[in-house]
Design a protein around this ligand. Structure first.
Ligand code: F6R
Length: 364
């Protein structure tokens, strides 16, 4: 049932090219540059969007916020469901509440959905599990079609959720007239490339390199993860993955925040994973890397293929395939998953059943 893999988590990591294909299939139209999502809600009728989720799904929502605000120019806020449901959220009929959930059963997210509905919001779900509780209460559901996810640590659901947000951002941007045809088509092509790029990110020599790095630093007590812009959530997700399966303490920050406190943590014992793939912010990220280095921190840089120039600022480099910046979180997440996975296995942890965790959190 694990298809020849040692664990469900590893199987699901390798299923991502197929999962992504299934998220995208039938939804992208090259000729017109349009996306077809079969959503009945009117994309031009909202003045604001609230994205609500927990854990990894929340980080997918943070990428969604970035994509939707950039492409559709609608104000978006992202909330942790357990906070949203108790804070008398400001909701009206021109709010679109988007809940994000793999299981469709997480109680906090379900209750937050009910709260949003009570105040008149239109509701849309980005959901994996067919016919789950949330889908029965949502106005509309954009299924991610990632297939069943058994490993407790979410992997393929995350990358499929982020891809679904790209589809939503394209759909909203085109319908609301904020996304021009040329950029729309460029992003559509970049999105279509994702299964192939992720397949390439999983090439054996790349995985081997990540495994070596994971083993090298598996004795660390703490880890720091940094990223900027659309890849700040990639850092958050990387830290969460590492924590939950390897039990190594990890923190994550938007890289520009480092100098406002966390920089005090840096010494020669602290590995710092920095997402530094192609970006209009790359120069700024590299200067953050130099700040880490100047304090003897160990830099593990995630760089785009061929970036030997910036490799000299790092102790170790994980190269990932070139991707358009807007879709790069999906490719970069794979490197994060593999790093966490191989750290946990190097430490002999049971990755499919991490202590204290359940796959679906149906209690408060
Ligand atoms: C982390 C993880 C959890 C879930 C969270 C939400 O790897 O799996 O953080 O993402 O419990 O679950 P869903 O998406 O089912 O609502």
């Amino acid at each position: 049932e694990k298809g020849g893999y040692d664990t469900y988590m590893l199987k699901e990591i390798y299923e991502q090219p197929v999962a992504l294909t299934n998220t995208l299939i039938g939804r992208l139209h090259d000729e017109t540059g349009e996306v077809n999502l079969d959503i009945n809600l009117n994309p031009a009728s909202f003045k604001r969007i609230s994205i609500i989720a927990c854990g990894t799904a929340y980080y997918a929502g943070l990428v969604g916020e970035y994509l939707i605000e950039q492409l559709a120019r609608v104000p978006v806020e992202v909330d942790v469901a357990s906070e949203y449901r108790y804070r008398s959220p400001l909701v009206s009929e021109d709010t679109l509440a988007i809940v994000v959930s793999q299981s469709g059963e997480t109680i906090d997210t379900l209750e937050a959905l009910r709260e949003a509905k009570k105040f008149g919001a239109k509701t849309l779900g980005v959901i994996n599990a067919k016919g789950s509780s949330m889908t029965r209460e949502l106005d509309d559901t954009l299924y991610i079609h990632a297939g069943p996810e058994i490993g407790v640590a979410s992997t393929k659901a995350y990358t499929s959720m982020v891809s679904a947000f790209m589809l939503l951002a394209l759909w909203l941007g085109r319908a609301r007239g904020t996304l021009g045809e040329d950029l729309g088509r460029e992003l559509l092509h970049a999105t279509r490339e994702l299964p192939r790029l992720v397949e390439e990110a999983l090439a054996p020599e790349r995985v081997e390199k990540i495994k070596q790095i994971a083993e090298k630093y598996s004795g660390a007590r703490d880890y720091l993860f940094l990223g900027r812009g659309v890849n700040a959530p990639t850092a958050f997700e990387g830290a969460l993955k590492l924590k939950e399966i390897s039990y190594i303490h990890a923190e994550a920050y938007a890289a520009g925040e480092m100098k406002h406190g966390p920089i005090a943590l840096i010494d020669e014992h602290l590995p710092v994973v920095v997402v530094a793939t192609e970006s209009f912010l790359l120069e700024k990220t590299i200067s953050n890397v130099q700040e880490v280095r100047a304090r003897s921190g160990k830099v593990i840089a995630i760089l785009s293929d061929g970036d030997t120039e910036n490799a000299r600022h790092a102790d170790d480099v994980i190269y990932v395939p070139h991707a358009h910046e807007m879709v790069s979180p999906i490719v970069n997440a794979v490197a994060m998953q593999l790093l966490a996975y191989h750290t946990a296995t190097a430490l002999g942890k049971d990755v499919d059943k991490p202590r204290n965790l359940a796959k679906s959190v149906t209690v408060e």
